[in-house]
Design a protein around this ligand. Structure first.
Ligand code: FEO
Length: 167
């Protein structure tokens, strides 16, 4: 049985993961129409992953006698001046998600809800990976600067960066 406060915190997380999914979808569209096909594919995939993070929470809440609430989502930002600005926004968002997850983990400990605490460990690990990947991407973009050839290669190789890190 979930306590009301844990239920509310998990439902808030549903909104945050859904906002992530929509945000990355809008970013994918921007990348696609601006000629960054590799980045677009990477972000479409990332958007799907965030939807999966949201669904995992939905199922968990329902399985524990709660009721998952499908919220109204934010309208995502859909215009960026550069890939750098876009990935800075991804990193800032992921840091916010990590903070939120950590707060819920703390709440579950205070409430001695060890089942939810255990469930959230998957999210804790996932956030470490996502932040790491984002920082790596930003380091690469900083090195490339405005060099067109470099950006072309970055766009071509971004998917393999993701795959390499996942191993
Ligand atoms: Fe599911 Fe990237 O937070």
């Amino acid at each position: 049985m979930l306590s009301n406060s844990v239920k509310e915190a998990l439902n808030n997380q549903i909104k945050l993961e859904g906002d992530s999914s929509n945000g990355y979808l809008a970013m994918a569209v921007w990348a696609e129409i601006n000629g960054f096909e590799g980045v677009a594919n990477f972000l479409y995939e990332h958007s799907e992953e965030e939807r999966m993070h949201m669904l995992k929470l939905v199922k968990f809440i329902n399985e524990r006698n709660g009721e998952a609430i499908v919220p109204q989502f934010e309208k995502p930002k859909n215009n960026f001046s550069s890939l750098n600005e876009l990935f800075e926004a991804v990193l800032a968002h992921e840091i916010k998600v990590s903070e939120n997850i950590n707060n819920i983990v703390e709440l579950t400990l205070n409430e001695k809800d060890y089942a939810t605490h255990n469930f959230l460990q998957w999210y804790v690990s996932e956030q470490i990976e996502e932040e790491r990947l984002c920082r790596l991407i930003l380091e690469k973009l900083d090195l490339i600067g405005s060099d067109k050839g470099g950006l072309y290669l970055f766009d071509r190789d971004i998917q393999s960066l993701h795959t390499k890190l996942a191993k």
